[in-house]
Structures are given as C-alpha cells and as structure tokens.
Design a protein around this ligand. Structure first.
Ligand code: 8DG
Ligand code: MG
Length: 149
C-alpha cells in the first residue's frame, strides 16, 4: 500500500431545485472568491453529522436564502470528481412556500425557467442535474402533470 497517494476530500452535499408557482427555478451565483467562484448553482451545501439529506437541504436553504420550502421528490444523485475535490450531490425538487430569497451567502439570485438555464455557467457536475431535470419535466408534460411535484 502506498500511503503517499491521498484521495481528494469528499463533500456530501444536499441540493435544492426550488420551483415557484410561475414554473420558475431558483439559481444563485457563487461569490467570486473561493472554489467555483462566480459560477451559478442550485442552492445547497454540506451535510452535517446526524442530518438526513432532507434536513440538510432545509437548513441550507434557510441559512443561504431565508425562505421556507417544501422538500419534494428526489431528482438525482451525482458523484463527480473535480481536480482536487470529490462531491456527491443529492438533488431534490422543492416547492417555494414563503419569503423573498435573500443573498445571505451568494452574490446574486434569479428565478429562471427551464429553457433559460442554458444561458448560465454552472459547475461541470450540473450538466447531469439539468439533464435529469429536463427529462423529468418532459415526462410530466406527457402525463399532463404540473411542476413541481
Ligand atoms: N450547492 C451547490 N453546490 C454545487 C453545485 N454543483 C456543484 O458542483 N457544487 C459543489 C460546489 C461545492 O464544492 C459544493 C457545495 O458546497 P458548499 O456550498 O457547502 O461549500 P463551499 O465549497 O462553497 O464552502 P465550504 O462550506 O466548504 O466552506 O458542491 C450546485 O448546483 N449547488
Ligand atoms: Mg452552499
């Protein structure tokens, strides 16, 4: 065994695709400093010891945006390795219930529709999130089911 080969840190992240009642999704822009600075993301963050993913998402959304949400269906879980970081992103669709989102931990917030997501720069792992979302929304459309859940 070679003890000098260390694997990159692994972050377990809860992520929310938050829908409002206008069929829009909330995205936020990461602060310029720090990892993946300036890129857009779906809000969320690292799980804390003893938390479920659902509890993590609710807490992160309260801390980052100060809004109330309802956690909905699991969308997808993605393992992705960046140069020096491994992330597991567990994504749930959520419903916006109450409050105007505040930029407490990010630079900017936008409500956008599914088609507009293409116009923003996201981290690489998000291609899979967006693909899963489009597929799910497409399936719902065929069944005449409204977003989010
Ligand atoms: N919230 C969120 N994180 C994402 C997305 N896509 C993606 O690759 N990530 C990565 C970026 C970060 O490395 C990690 C999110 O962790 P975070 O926001 O709690 O933590 P951070 O790295 O900004 O800061 P820290 O808590 O480690 O100090 O997941 C996404 O759509 N949303
Ligand atoms: Mg975060």
């Amino acid at each position: 065994m070679n003890k000098n080969i260390s694997s990159p840190p692994h972050k377990i992240i809860g992520v929310a695709v938050i829908w409002n009642d206008k069929q829009q999704i909330l995205i936020d822009r990461r602060r310029p400093e720090g990892s993946m600075g300036g890129l857009w993301e779906f809000p969320g963050g690292k799980i804390e010891p003893g938390e479920t993913i659902e509890e993590c998402i609710k807490r992160e959304i309260d801390e980052e945006l100060a809004i109330d949400i309802e956690i909905g269906e699991h969308l997808v879980t993605i393992d992705h390795t960046y140069t020096d970081l491994k992330v597991t992103l567990t994504v749930h669709e959520c419903k916006h219930l109450k409050g105007v989102p505040q930029t407490l931990e990010c630079d900017e917030i936008r409500w956008v529709n599914l088609e507009q997501l293409e116009e923003f720069n996201f981290p690489d792992a998000n291609f899979q999130i967006i693909a899963s979302l489009k597929e799910k929304v497409g399936n719902r459309k065929q069944l005449n089911i409204q977003n989010p859940i």
